[in-house]
Ligand binder design. Structure first.
Ligand code: ACM
Ligand code: ZN
Length: 490
């Protein structure tokens, strides 16, 4: 009996070898026989995405409760076909470990073309990932036209210069996606069973909107669109009714484009300095019996989540939005950097969380800081989660922040193969790094065929010396330059 491992990412959860093998070139994913049989015919805890795949010498059969399982079975077949060689005959029973398997793309700092975004979606689909979280607005750029507020694009989509760390480009940078382009991506993703979660990051990270409409901040000072990394002090003034109306209008405009169930409202890194000194914000606190500015953000989140709920949406927030201590089932929390362990407590109270700890999942961090092995070994069941807390973990997501990634090649280099590890963390229960690394090397040509050029294997797990150097460099804010130079030389 053949005992070969299958060239698959993520690795299936159960493989039973049945003897013999077939040439990979003979596999035709579209030629497989398909039986849709309904979830009732499977064991009680079977996921809707499950599939059974029989690879036999005579026939390839897919059995699944839903179309999505058929789609995943075909991704398995496609990967096996492209890996080449002989494929051992087997029966695969497979289903994801987690419901949420995501990738976040930041197009506010540097945009990715629609064509290249489709390549990323192709790669997500191939790896059975199901969420593209699209970070569409930030201090440094607004990317979605909103009819009622034309200056968001006229002013907010272009910055005068880009001074990110040591990369200083003294020329304007800007752009936006048309509604047709945004809808094209939603449809392209949806055809591949991927949900697009749009992010409107509020109330902080809004410098570009404030540059367009200074009356939406507390001080009303005229600002420029952001041109550097970091946290900006000027945020939306949530004490003004016209700002609340602006937020609702923008949410509505986004909802008309993005039909998915989830909507991300950011909520990270919102300094409270301006709110403390603002008569409108202080009045809002008084009117609503709020004790401090964190509670004001909690109040704001609740209004926004209620508005989105009316549109049938669930609201996702970064973990800082939990600091008010007032959030409940109206939001799903995404944990990225949470020294106060708010997300852990939130999960332990039974509310849903997505795990994206920055020290293990941030794809813009250098390989020296997050080697492939580290991202692979990430355990989404963080220390402190109770049984109930673990049950509240929806899944994993890896963000790729784009301050330092000014073109698609750089995004690909930083994202792959580390995103392959995230895909496996989200899907596969029993993992093995050595085996994964070998499969990741086998997977590289498939990524290249999709137009994605991953980092070279020599970069994936840097030496202890490089790890130490890049960790120090990152702390000093220097690493990006060194890392990208290596990329340019590679
Ligand atoms: C974040 O990295 N500010 C969510
Ligand atoms: Zn204010």
């Amino acid at each position: 009996m053949v005992k070969a491992r299958l060239a698959l990412i993520p690795y299936p959860n159960s493989v039973e070898y049945t003897g013999g093998s077939i040439p990979a070139v003979s596999i035709d994913p579209e030629g497989a026989s398909v039986t849709l049989c309904g979830l009732q015919d499977f064991a009680e805890d079977t996921a809707a995405e499950a599939y059974i795949l029989h690879i036999g010498a005579e026939e390839i059969k897919i059995i699944a409760p839903q179309k999505i399982g058929v789609f995943y079975a075909k991704q398995t077949l496609q990967q096996l076909r492209e890996a080449g060689g002989d494929v051992p005959c087997c029966k695969i029973f497979d289903q994801p470990r987690f419901a949420h398997r995501g990738f976040m793309l930041d197009v506010a700092r540097h945009m990715t073309t629609i064509e290249n975004t489709k390549k990323l979606i192709d790669a997500l689909a191939r790896m059975k990932m199901n969420v593209l979280h699209w970070h569409l607005t930030d201090d440094q750029g607004w990317r979605v036209p909103v009819e009622k507020y034309p200056r968001l694009i006229e002013v907010g989509s272009v910055r005068a210069r880009s001074h990110f760390g040591q990369q200083k480009v003294d020329e304007p940078y800007g752009g936006f996606y048309t509604h047709d382009e945004l809808r094209e991506i939603v449809a392209y993703a949806s055809a591949r069973h991927i949900t697009v979660i749009p992010e409107l990051d509020i109330p902080g990270h809004m410098t570009c909107a404030i540059a367009a409409y200074p009356q939406f901040s507390c001080t009303e000072e005229q600002l420029e669109v952001g041109d550097h990394e970091g946290v900006y002090e000027d945020i939306l003034c949530v004490g003004k009714d016209e700002v609340m109306q602006f937020v609702y209008d923008v949410l509505d405009a986004f909802c008309d484009i993005f039909p998915g169930e989830y909507f991300h409202i950011g909520g990270d890194e919102a300094p409270k300095k301006r709110w403390k000194a603002c008569p409108h914000c202080q009045q809002r606190m008084k009117d609503n019996d709020l004790q401090n500015e964190e509670q004001l953000q909690g109040w704001f989140n609740k209004q926004v989540a209620a508005h989105l709920a009316q549109r049938g949406k669930k609201t996702v927030v970064w973990n800082e939005a939990l600091k008010s201590g007032q959030m409940g089932d109206e939001v799903i929390a995404q944990s990225w950097f949470d020294p106060g362990r708010h997300a852990i407590r939130f999960a332990n109270r039974g509310h849903a969380v997505i795990m994206s700890d920055n020290g293990s999942n941030y794809l813009d961090y250098p390989y020296g800081r997050i080697p492939l092995k580290k991202i692979y070994k990430y355990n989404p069941f963080r220390f402190g989660l109770t049984r109930k807390g673990r049950q509240s973990v929806l899944g994993v997501e890896a963000p790729s922040w784009a301050e330092y990634m000014r073109d698609f090649d750089r995004v690909c280099y930083m994202t792959f193969p580390r995103l392959c590890a995230v895909a496996e963390n989200g899907w596969t229960r029993k993992k093995n790094y050595k085996d994964f690394r070998a499969r990741a090397e086998q997977f590289v040509p498939q990524l290249v065929a999709l137009g994605i050029y991953p980092a070279l294997p020599g970069i994936w797990d840097p030496s202890p010396k490089t790890r130490a150097q890049e960790t120090i460099d990152q702390a000093k804010g220097l690493y990006h330059t060194a890392m990208m130079m290596r990329h340019d030389e590679a």
